[in-house]
Design a protein around this ligand. Structure first.
Ligand SMILES: *Cc1c(COP(=O)(O)O)cnc(C)c1O
Length: 358
């Protein structure tokens, strides 16, 4: 028998990422955009790719792409850090501030990666429960930070806004209070994967507080989940340190070119977001007519639905060809599943499978 190679106990003890693929004709389980990247933009990107050298390394830190991102976001290029998906940044920010003994503070239920990465990287994880109405109890988060504002880094706070997987939205003045309470020794990371589906984002807050970092992605509203592209908007000082942890030449020529083409033609995103909001409203209203299911108000491109039995609801929808994501194993989400807002036809199929449409 070969002995196992040396693997840290935290890795051995850690579960696999909680996702098992199921195929169904209508896929409303991963909060992807309901439509693909526009075909003419794909053509443009492929044409440009053909003309670029593939045998050369890309920019060390994707400088040209960072500049284009920064221009799009009204941010400084020096404060913009691009990686292959924002999930990469979740681990890197823990490495930056909480590796081996630092703290990761977040809420529960939550996006699974914050807790998984915290455990893998040997940080101490604190999860503050949401209130019963799924709002974030900012005072409880502040209390969880503790009282000793030491000079040494204490760790990272992770909050998604809008919140995943409930879709609730933390008020900006509440976040401001948290930012003021966490300025000594904490990074406050606001994961804005779904910011397109709300009115106000947290850029203004982040400009005023150098320890606030925003995470953004092309995986949701931009319709580019398969491209793997995410970025952080941070203060120049934090970004400079974070960049040291990003693998050199990590963003491929393919990713760079496609992202640049998207940023040059951002108009399609706005139309899609408008359609998503209309369809979200339609699904929400229809679900309110269900005899036993209850949708939660959402500020994202998905709805969380509470049912008497998530396994039964999931199976019923799957029998109608529609795949949703069970969330009932998460803290406080007994009976819940999450459904992504799809195309009009996909949403009709969902409503039919739910018995809400003939
Ligand atoms: C989808 C999602 C992301 C995006 O991850 P990528 O790695 O950029 O695809 C980040 N955070 C949350 C909460 C998400 O739901």
């Amino acid at each position: 028998m070969n002995p196992l190679p040396p693997v840290r106990p935290a890795v051995l003890a850690s579960p696999d990422y909680p996702f098992s693929p199921i195929t169904a004709p209508i896929k409303l389980d991963q909060n992807e955009s309901f439509a693909d990247f526009p075909d003419e933009l794909k053509g443009l990107a492929l044409e440009r790719l053909r003309q670029l050298p593939w045998h050369r390394y890309t920019d060390l830190n994707a400088e040209a792409l960072c500049e284009a991102m920064a221009r799009h976001e009204g941010w400084s290029p020096e404060g913009t850090v691009v990686t292959t998906g924002s999930n990469v940044l979740i681990a890197l920010l823990i490495q930056l501030s909480a590796l081996g003994g630092g703290r990761v503070v977040t809420v529960k239920p939550n996006f699974a990666l914050y807790g998984l990465d915290a455990e893998l990287l040997g940080a101490t994880l604190t999860e503050v429960p949401l209130r019963d109405d799924t709002s974030i109890d900012i005072d409880a988060v502040i209390a969880a930070l503790g009282t000793s504002p030491g000079p040494a880094p204490q760790g990272v706070i992770y909050l998604p806004r809008p919140h995943a997987p409930t879709g609730s939205l933390c008020e900006l003045d509440e976040l401001e209070r948290l930012a003021q309470a966490s300025g000594h020794g904490w990074l406050l990371v606001i994961d804005e994967a779904y910011h397109h589906f709300t009115e106000h984002d947290a850029r203004e807050l982040a400009r005023r507080h150098p320890h606030v970092v925003l995470l953004r992605t092309l995986s949701k509203a931009w319709g580019l989940a398969g491209l793997r592209m995410g970025y952080a908007l941070a203060s120049d000082g934090v970004a400079r340190q974070l960049r040291k942890l990003v693998p050199p030449f990590g963003v491929s020529v393919l990713q760079t070119v496609c992202a640049q083409v998207a940023l040059e033609h951002p108009g399609y995103v706005k139309e899609r977001v408008a359609q998503t909001l209309r369809e979200r409203e339609r699904l929400f209203t229809a679900l309110q007519g269900h005899p036993s299911w209850r949708p939660l108000p959402s500020h994202a491109n998905f709805l969380l639905v509470r049912t008497p039995d998530a396994a039964q609801a999931h199976a019923q929808l799957l029998a109608g060809g529609v795949l949703v994501r069970r969330q009932d194993r998460l803290h406080g989400l007994q009976g819940c599943f999450r459904v992504t807002v799809g195309t009009v036809e996909e949403n009709d199929a969902f409503l039919r499978a739910a018995g809400l449409m003939a």
